[in-house]
Design a binder for this molecule. Structure first.
Ligand SMILES: Cc1cc2nc3c(=O)[nH]c(=O)nc-3n(C[C@H](O)[C@H](O)[C@H](O)COP(=O)(O)OP(=O)(O)OC[C@H]3O[C@@H](n4cnc5c(N)ncnc54)[C@H](O)[C@@H]3O)c2cc1C
Length: 440
């Protein structure tokens, strides 16, 4: 076994001799939180990750950085199917589908449209998301404090900016779902919006301020800090890429990696967009597509935002980070390994320049562009469950648009499932059985 630390952490921190050894595959925000929750339960943990935790390869690095408890509205909602032809041709909209990807994406897309076909189903999805998100800011604040980086979780609230009240009311279903699931907000007229976000263009005449949410000035550093905390608590790290699983008498014996085998009693698949391949190696077919997203970060911007802002027309999260002003968004449905289409980042930049006149003539040498993969199931809910195909393997992936915020609650649930005591948060909501097709 090729590990970064040779000492026996169990001996160092006195975990029970009969503690199970759990391999956590992937050290993004979900893997990091799972490792911490499993350590809390007394397990020995090895994090298997080929790259730097929180590095640019991970969705957890480049996201919008919002810890939003009100992100309960799934992408697929009634009537969306009518817009699909437009998504195939509109180069500037917030959602595009690469026509070449249609054949391979078709089964996922059909499930995606079905998931949003009925209001009742969308309401159930929103409730299931709310169960993971409602206390996300507090959970992250506690984790950041334990990791010694309290400054990486900033209680800020969030602002949604609209052209006018009619534009807000046009999103009635989304705002009803947020309200039904606990979001509270104040309405801002044009003057109040201007007072809160003076640099916003005057064509935004109506705003919503949601209190109680938070954001992260450096999501990559935050993930790295959580992994470092896990290591201080005894987790080992194995710099390796998981390839598959070895079974003995029908249950997991080891994780196969490109650096050798890792003997373990249990393994958690938390490898973001790469999770579906590993799930298949465990015998489970789970539909997962990359909703590719982009960000543009402007170094030394002409202003900072105390409160993250989402201009509703561009559907982009605008957040001040350590790297500058981050403009994150776009959904591009394309093959996972297709090259980035940097025109998507240009669309974000153009939206931002329209939203904030001070950005109109920004020097392009100050821009950094990034593309990453939202690991998305068709219904927008993660899979947090035991594998059907291989006893001892567990799934913790598919967090789509909300993984940064939802990771701590997901990890707590995952640890309960590993302990075989799923508890009050109905685990059926996130069960793989909703898609079931067992291949081994
Ligand atoms: C543009 C954009 C904006 C977003 N905005 C927000 C937001 O504001 N708030 C929010 O809550 N969420 C947001 N999200 C979603 C969020 O970023 C993701 O849901 C979340 O980061 C997923 O975390 P993860 O740990 O599952 O995957 P990742 O962060 O992708 O981590 C997976 C890790 O697994 C590793 N890995 C891959 N294959 C293997 C293997 N075979 N063996 C071992 N390790 C492997 C990878 O190297 C990686 O480090 C956004 C996403 C995007 C793209």
């Amino acid at each position: 076994m090729n590990q970064t630390s040779e000492s026996d952490p169990a001996a160092d921190i006195g975990v029970q001799a009969d503690a199970r050894h759990v391999a956590v595959i992937g050290a993004g925000i979900v893997g990091a939180c799972c490792a911490l929750a499993l350590l809390d339960d007394g397990h020995r943990v090895t994090l298997v990750e080929p790259d730097e935790p929180g590095g640019e390869q991970a969705a957890s690095y480049g996201n919008g950085a919002w810890f939003s408890s009100s992100s309960v509205v799934p992408m697929s909602v009634p009537g969306l199917w009518r817009k699909v032809p437009g998504y195939l041709v509109d180069r500037d909209g917030p959602l595009t589908i690469r026509p070449g990807a249609l054949p391979s994406l078709a089964p996922w897309l059909l499930r995606f449209l079905r998931a949003g076909a009925r209001v009742e189903r969308v309401e159930a999805t929103a409730r299931a998301l709310a169960a993971l998100l409602h206390d996300a800011p507090a959970r992250h604040a506690a984790l950041a404090a334990q990791a010694g980086v309290p400054e990486l979780v900033r209680a800020s609230g969030q602002i949604h900016a609209f052209a006018d009240r009619a534009a807000f009311e046009a999103e009635a279903l989304a705002w009803r779902l947020r309200r039904d699931n606990g979001a509270q907000w104040v309405e801002l007229d044009a003057a109040q919006l201007r007072a809160r976000v003076p640099m916003l263009d005057s064509r935004y005449g109506f705003g919503i301020y949601i209190a109680g949410t938070a954001h992260c000035p450096d999501p990559g550093a935050y993930v790295a800090a959580l992994v470092a905390l896990a290591e201080r608590r005894g987790a080992k790290r194995m710099r390796a890429r998981a390839l598959g699983f070895e079974r003995r008498a029908g249950r997991l014996a080891a994780v196969r990696t490109d650096a050798g085998r890792l003997d373990c009693d249990a393994a958690v698949i938390a490898a973001g967009i790469r999770s579906a391949v590993l799930a298949r190696a465990a015998g489970d077919t789970i539909p997962l597509a990359s909703e590719r997203g982009y960000h543009v970060e402007i170094a030394d911007p002409p202003f900072t935002l105390d409160v993250p802002v989402m201009p509703a027309d561009g559907r982009m999260a605008n957040t001040s980070t350590r790297g500058g002003l981050r403009i994150a968004g776009q959904v591009e449905l394309a093959r996972t390994d297709a090259a980035p289409d940097w025109r998507r980042a240009e669309v974000l930049l153009r939206h931002a320049q329209r939203a904030y006149p001070a950005l109109a003539s920004i020097d392009t040498s100050r821009l950094r562009r990034w593309m990453g993969h939202r690991p998305s199931t068709p219904d927008g809910l993660p899979v947090i469950d035991a594998s059907i195909g291989t006893r001892g393997v567990f799934h913790a992936f598919g967090h789509g648009h909300v993984g940064l915020a939802a990771a701590p609650a997901s990890a707590e649930l995952l640890a309960r499932i590993v302990a075989e005591s799923p508890g009050p948060m109905a685990s059926a909501l996130y069960s793989m059985r909703r898609f079931v097709a067992v291949t081994a």
